[in-house]
Design a binder for this molecule. Structure first.
Ligand SMILES: [Zn+2]
Length: 390
């Protein structure tokens, strides 16, 4: 039997920022429908979450902020805290919907901490921009930070957080910037060119935690091969030194070439390779323990459903052959919603996921980013930044 837990409940679709906002919950619905149509979830007991209580939210957020979120839909005044902006509009039930997202990631974390699962996945999670006292980047409450904080109090004292969203995982980095029990690693599009404008390689943590925040800012238009080369040049070496007891990964898919909000150029095949790599790293360095959450991803029809179906399949050891055609039942459903959308035909973009290792003679902008990151943090872990064997 699989030792993997899938957390999902249609109630999570209530996290709906409304109108034309890009963070449309249909992306989750279409992903679960596609995974179901392909049989990925057959015989898998899907765990329904409960909303996180306020004590849990206080792990990552101030009481003042939680109170503002609760009051926001009724307030006739400006509530502040980043709420009521274009990115973070106020919506009815936003506290309850945000708390349910947190509860769903916490449920996955609990299953692992209790020894009832080695892996857990919650595609509704990954709200990595939320800060302790304000909403940011479509994120109200930071499920990643709450879950990591809870794990630190429940048997774990070395947790690696790896963020593969196209945006910097700034909220999680901020939450643990001075805490060497949590290694945060984020690969993202360069902050010069994208929200939230942080995530430089020089951001490495403070005081005793220096070296425990790791950032790899990648140039726009980086493709699968460059992304995977950067990951391979930075992440495995650090995990080997850090020896995490658990890998927490934010698996945003807005790094895709067709994503409307950002400019990296990965494919669905690249995403599939990333998930397989994360699974291997969890096995090799984290005793097989892996908590995976979703994140960004705004190509709602052509990208998110396929990439997160690959994520669910990877967590469940039910890997899907990329050439697998999309089931007619799923395509018919989507055509009913969006008659003019150009639908993908298979679980692949035909992307080339082969890459050359760093240090093999290439020297482009990705290699410069790799060098900067390695030089910023590798010496703090006793690693040689200029030796490709480290
Ligand atoms: Zn993102």
């Amino acid at each position: 039997m699989s030792r993997s837990a899938v957390v999902w409940d249609p109630a999570l679709l209530a996290y709906d920022l409304g109108g034309e906002h890009p963070f449309n919950p249909i992306r989750l619905d279409l992903a679960i429908r596609l995974a179901t149509a392909l049989g990925v979830l057959d015989d898998v007991p899907v765990l329904a979450p409960e909303a996180a209580d306020e004590e849990a939210l206080y792990r990552a957020h101030t009481a003042e902020y939680v109170s503002a979120v609760k009051q926001a839909p009724m307030a006739s005044w400006q509530v502040g805290h980043g709420l009521g902006t274009e990115d973070n509009p106020i919506f009815s039930g936003m506290h309850e919907a945000g708390a349910l997202v947190v509860g769903s990631t916490l449920l996955g974390a609990r299953r692992i901490a209790e020894g009832r699962a080695d892996r857990a996945v919650n595609i509704a999670g990954g709200l990595h921009h939320a800060m302790s006292d304000h909403a940011s980047g479509f994120c109200v409450y930071n499920d990643c930070s709450v879950a990591i904080s809870w794990l630190l109090d429940n048997g774990f004292d070395r947790i690696a957080y790896v963020d593969t969203d196209v945006h910097h995982g700034d909220g999680v980095q901020a939450a643990f910037y001075g805490d060497r029990r949590v290694l945060t690693v984020s690969l993202h599009q360069h902050p010069f060119t994208l929200f939230p404008g942080t995530g430089y390689s020089a951001e490495t943590g403070v005081e005793a935690a220096e070296g425990y925040a790791v950032n790899v800012p990648l140039p726009p238009r980086t493709k699968d091969a460059g992304w995977l080369r950067a990951f391979d040049a930075v992440v495995p070496s650090l995990l080997a030194e850090f020896r995490p007891q658990l890998l927490v990964t934010q698996c945003g898919v807005d790094s895709h070439d067709e994503d409307p909000l950002a400019d990296l150029s990965l494919t669905v095949d690249g995403h599939r390779t990333i998930y397989a790599t994360l699974r291997e790293l969890a096995k090799t360095y984290a005793d097989g323990k892996w908590l995976a959450v979703g994140g960004g991803g705004y190509q709602l029809i052509r990208v998110v459903p396929r990439s997160w179906t690959h994520l669910l399949a990877t967590v469940l050891d039910r890997d899907i052959d990329p050439v697998t055609p999309l089931p007619a039942s799923w395509s018919d459903h989507v055509r009913g919603l969006a008659p003019h959308a150009e639908l993908p035909l298979a679980m692949t973009d035909g992307g080339d996921t082969g890459f050359s290792s760093w240090g093999d003679g290439l020297d482009d902008a990705v290699d410069a980013a790799i060098r900067d990151t390695r030089r910023a943090v590798f010496p703090l872990h006793g690693l040689d930044p200029d030796d490709p064997r480290d």
